[in-house]
Design a protein around this ligand. Structure first.
Ligand code: ADP
Ligand code: ASP
Ligand code: MG
Length: 438
């Protein structure tokens, strides 16, 4: 007997039918003692995610625009689930209380968190498991930074006395009592933290795909599933856009050496992907493990003859973006040039000011700005020891006529990152995929 923590994502809990599947999965294995639900996701491609609707309600409330109709969509979704499951839970007064609080100016974090809170109440009654509010256990500092030490103590202490519990994902609280959420997709993090705190034997992450695939199934048709992958490889892929699992959910379980199993709620018998501390499937050296990417980057390239002899050049450049609260993704450099790759959502309207200050402070020969860039990472633990991988990768891109604007290699030689035009993104991923898989 061991302890399993099982997190179920939005599509796994999108309607009553999905709740039934979840219950049968939970009941199949008595080790599944702590269950982490997300808010209801999409039931079909044109449907809404409850969390998106909640953000929308808050935005309307802030602008003084009525949001009753949107809130009605939310209420109807939950009430229908409760009714179809035949539960006695009366959600109406709870929904009304939430609506009033949003109207009365409660925070965006509070508003967004109610999606998980409500789903947790429903799932708790449906499974007959105790409801534990993560506001009591998942703790943040005053400034909203996750506080691992206090959280782990609280999780251990609270759950030691509870045999089976439902703990909503995505949020916790600050010392002032205010609700704090993780970033989008953050229920994965809650599950990982609970697994760490309770010293689980396995963290199961139940979603709508039968594991981690070698590439995003929305880009490559029927990509090969990955049977086993290391935390490090997974973190690289997740960070670079393979959002099956939130990138920050790796740390808690990795520290505790707890494997993660990604499973499909709609195909529970499929093995899924196992994420392990070390090793992975080394027999596949010579193969890549996976490909992931993100659109929306800008590259600023600064050219200046002899910049390599100018003491403090790099530091002054970085302090220009630092003073604006911006971090960079990559910094490829040559002898007389240096580039900064920055995500557009960090850059916002700050670009002009940055260029102006670079010109003033660093007196470069030229500054070139290239926007609409996408980054693609090809990841594999076995790559470092295999000659010819990059040759294969670049010739595949070349024969598809895809212009590579930037190349970076991680120091662990576990990944090759390239920059291409946003418009070439999907084609580039396909080209790389078929260069290694046939
Ligand atoms: P959940 O709501 O269960 O948390 P998400 O939508 O966050 O699920 O994550 C699952 C989705 O991730 C899949 O439906 C798929 O579209 C997408 N995805 C992106 N990259 C990959 C990949 N490499 N392998 C599998 N799925 C991927
Ligand atoms: N419901 C939240 C979101 O949509 C958290 C999650 O699904 O993990 O981002
Ligand atoms: Mg998710």
């Amino acid at each position: 007997m061991g302890i399993k923590v099982a997190k179920f994502g939005g599509s796994s809990l999108a309607d009553a039918e999905q709740f039934r599947r979840v219950r049968s999965i939970v009941m199949m294995d008595e080790d599944r003692r702590y269950i982490i639900p997300s808010a209801p996701g999409k039931r079909h491609s044109s449907d809404h995610k409850i969390t998106d609707l909640l953000y929308l309600c808050h935005e309307h409330a802030q602008k003084g625009i009525p949001f009753g109709e949107i809130f009605e969509l939310i209420s109807t979704r939950y009430l229908k689930i409760v009714e179809e499951l035949g539960l006695s839970l009366d959600l109406r007064p709870i929904l009304e209380d939430i609506r009033e609080k949003v109207l009365g100016g409660y925070s965006v974090e509070y508003t967004a968190s109610r999606g998980e809170y409500l789903n947790g109440l429903i799932l708790s009654e449906f499974l007959g498991y105790e409801f534990v509010d993560p506001a009591e256990m998942i703790l943040f500092t005053e400034s909203g930074v996750y506080d691992s030490k206090r959280t782990l103590e609280a999780v251990e202490k609270t759950l030691a006395k509870i045999e089976n519990a439902v703990i909503p994902g995505f949020y916790g609280s600050r010392p002032d009592g205010g609700i704090q959420t993780f970033s989008r997709g953050g229920s994965d993090i809650t599950g990982a933290i609970i697994a760490q705190g309770i010293k689980a034997d396995l963290y199961e992450n139940w979603t709508d795909v039968s594991g981690f695939m070698m590439a995003d199934p929305r880009v490559v048709k029927n990509p090969k599933p990955i049977k086993e992958i290391t935390y490090r490889e997974l973190r690289e892929l997740a960070y670079m856009g393979a959002n099956v699992l939130h990138e920050d959910s790796v740390f808690p379980v990795r520290q505790a050496g707890i494997p993660i199993n990604i499973k499909n709620t709609n195909e529970p018998e499929a093995e899924g992907t196992l994420i392990v501390p070390n090793g992975g499937d080394f027999s596949r050296s010579g193969m890549i493990t996976g490909i992931a990417g993100k659109k929306g980057f800008t590259v600023i390239t600064i050219e200046k003859a002899m910049m390599n002899t100018e003491l403090g050049f790099g530091r002054r450049l970085l302090s220009i973006i630092e003073s604006r609260g911006i971090s960079f993704e990559h910094m490829p450099s040559g002898i007389d040039s240096i580039s900064l790759v920055i995500s557009d959502n960090q850059l916002n309207e700050k670009l002009d000011g940055i260029i102006e200050e670079i010109n003033q402070q660093l007196k470069p020969d030229a500054v070139d700005v290239h926007d609409n860039m996408a980054l693609i990472a090809t990841v594999g633990q076995g790559m470092a020891r295999t000659p010819g991988i990059s040759g294969r990768l670049f010739s595949a891109l070349g024969s598809e006529d895809i212009n590579v604007r930037m190349i970076a290699q991680g120091s662990g030689e576990m990944n090759i990152i390239i920059g291409v035009e946003n418009d070439d993104f999907e084609r580039a991923i396909e080209a790389i995929y078929y260069a290694f898989v046939n």
